[in-house]
Design a protein around this ligand. Structure first.
Ligand code: ADP
Length: 274
C-alpha cells in the first residue's frame, strides 16, 4: 500500500515536471520567434536610412564637379566604405537569425557555371590589384553548362570564402577552382597563400562570432559571422565543406555541392528539421 502511494506521488511529480518543461520550451520558442521578428524589423529599418547614406556618399565621393577638395573626397569615401561594412553586418545578422529560426527559403535556379568566374573577377579584381595578389580562376573543362542549385546562396558562399582569402593574404595568390567530384557533385575550392589557420582553431572558426584572433585590438576586422553563415548555407544546399590549412603557408576551403532538384531539396530540408 505504502509503496503504491510513493509511486503515485512520484508519477505526479514527474507529470508536473513534464508540464513545466513544456511551458518552458513553449516560452523559449516564443522568445526565439520574437528575436527573429525583432531582428528582421530592425534590419529593415536600418537598411532604409543606410541606403541613402550609401547612395549619397557615393555621389559625393565621385566628386564629378570637383566641388570637394581631396580631403573632403577622402572623407566621403570613408563614409561609403564604412556604410558598406555596416550593411554587410546587418545582412549577416539577419541571415544568421533566419538560419537559427529555420526560415531560410531556398530557390533552385539554373546556374550558368561559366558566368561564375566573370562575376567573381568583377568583384575581386580590384582587391587583388590593390594588394598586388594574383587572382586565378580555373574551371575544369568537363563541367556541365548549367547546375541546379540556389544561385544566390552559391554566390554568397563564394564571396564569403573569397573575401576571407583576400583579407588574410598579403603575398602570393588566391585561387578559385571549380571541378567535378563524381557525376553528381561539384567541388569548388578557394585556396590562398595567406597566414593559415592553426590546427586547434580549424573547427572553431565555423561557429558564430569565432575568430582565430578575437582580441578587440586585432589586426583584421570582421565579425566572425561569415564562415558560420557559409557553412550553414552549404549544409542547406545538401553539401559539405572541407578545410586544409597550415600556419604561414595558406588555406584551402573546398565545398562539395550536389546537383539539386526540388524533391532533393525537400528531402534535405525535412532531414534538417528533424
Ligand atoms: P571574419 O572574417 O568576419 O572574422 P569568418 O567567420 O569569415 O569571420 O572567419 C572567422 C575566422 O576564421 C577569421 O576571423 C579568421 O581568423 C579565420 N579565417 C577565415 N578564413 C581564413 C583564411 N582564408 N585564412 C586565414 N584565416 C581565416
Amino acid at each position: 500500500e505504502e509503496q503504491y502511494l510513493v509511486a503515485e506521488q512520484k508519477t505526479k511529480e514527474l507529470e508536473k515536471a513534464k508540464e513545466e518543461l513544456e511551458d518552458y520550451s513553449e516560452q523559449l520558442q516564443k522568445s526565439s520567434q520574437y528575436k527573429t521578428n525583432f531582428l528582421a524589423n530592425m534590419s529593415h529599418e536600418l537598411r532604409t536610412p543606410l541606403n541613402s547614406i550609401l547612395i549619397l556618399s557615393q555621389l559625393l565621393a565621385e566628386n564629378e564637379n570637383q566641388t570637394l577638395n581631396d580631403d573632403e573626397e577622402g572623407y566621403a569615401k570613408v563614409i561609403h566604405t564604412s556604410g558598406t561594412d555596416l550593411l554587410k553586418l546587418i545582412d549577416d545578422i539577419l541571415d544568421l537569425s533566419k538560419i537559427e529560426a529555420g526560415k531560410v527559403v531556398l530557390t533552385i535556379d539554373e546556374v550558368n557555371l561559366t558566368e561564375i568566374p566573370e562575376m567573381m573577377k568583377l568583384t575581386f579584381n580590384p582587391v587583388a590589384e590593390k594588394k598586388e595578389l594574383a587572382f586565378i580562376v580555373d574551371m575544369a573543362d568537363n563541367l556541365p553548362d548549367v547546375w541546379y542549385t540556389d544561385g544566390q546562396r552559391l554566390q554568397q558562399i563564394l564571396k564569403n570564402l573569397l573575401s576571407n582569402a583576400f583579407k588574410f593574404t598579403e603575398k602570393g595568390s588566391v585561387h578559385l577552382q571549380i571541378e567535378r567530384a563524381g557525376d553528381e557533385t561539384l567541388a569548388i575550392s578557394v585556396t590562398d597563400t595567406g597566414i593559415g589557420i592553426p590546427m586547434d582553431k580549424q573547427k572553431l572558426i565555423f561557429e558564430a562570432f569565432q575568430q582565430v584572433d578575437g582580441n578587440t585590438n586585432r589586426l583584421y576586422g570582421g565579425t566572425g559571422l561569415g564562415l558560420s553563415i557559409t557553412s550553414e548555407f552549404v549544409k542547406l544546399l545538401g553539401g559539405y565543406i572541407k578545410l586544409n590549412s597550415s600556419v604561414g603557408r595558406g588555406s584551402c576551403f573546398t565545398i562539395y555541392l550536389p546537383e539539386l532538384s526540388q524533391e532533393r531539396l525537400d528531402t534535405i530540408q525535412l532531414a534538417m528539421q528533424e
